[in-house]
Design a protein around this ligand. Sequence first.
Ligand SMILES: O=C(O)[C@@H](O)C(=O)COP(=O)(O)O
Ligand SMILES: [Zn+2]
Length: 213
Amino acid sequence: MTSSESQAREEMARLCKSLFDRGFSVGTAGNVSVRLEDGILMTPTNVRLGDLDPDRIAKIDKDGNHIAGDRPTKEVFLHQAFYETRPDAGAVVHLHSTWATALSCLEDVDPDDCIPPLTPYVVMRVGSVKRVPYVKPGDPRSGDLIRALKGKYAAVLLGNHGPVVSGKTLFSAVCAAEELEETAKLLVALRGQKTTLLTNDEVADLKATFGTI
Ligand SMILES: O=C(O)[C@@H](O)C(=O)COP(=O)(O)O
Ligand SMILES: [Zn+2]
């Protein structure tokens, strides 16, 4: 194993434990992956994100064959589809974090823009978020739903399921997943209240200054 793979394994275990310890994942919910030069590391199925053993993290090769570690998450297709359509993505984080999952279930949320521009940071770190229809966890059609978006969204809500966020690095994907969760909480708290959003010009200015996700 190369030293960069072993560092990636250690970082996955550390950041997943941090997510778990702070309540972003409970039980065995959620899964995380990191792109390597020769494949993808994925959290094993049915393992708590707080309990990962770096050496047992699953690895699949570029053709999707399981080549090391325990059996990978059942959401292999979902993660692969993000890497296929977003060449810059270096990591993908899927959680069942409470407030983003609440938004994934609410009926009157715009599926094309489920996280409106409430604050600058969510624009800078998460961008627009699309909700895709429900499919059963582990269903290969989750990959088809992501591929149909053609890489336009770094973050997606899986209908009646939860958020999935990609990032250039694992650290940035984890931070974006946290920001998405906190913004979803604000949005649910503000429902029914007259709320000011950032204007299109303000959003464009943020993108021009800080770049897109
Ligand atoms: O919701 C599910 O079942 C999966 O999407 C999930 O979050 C955990 O599944 P595994 O990664 O296979 O444990
Ligand atoms: Zn899930």
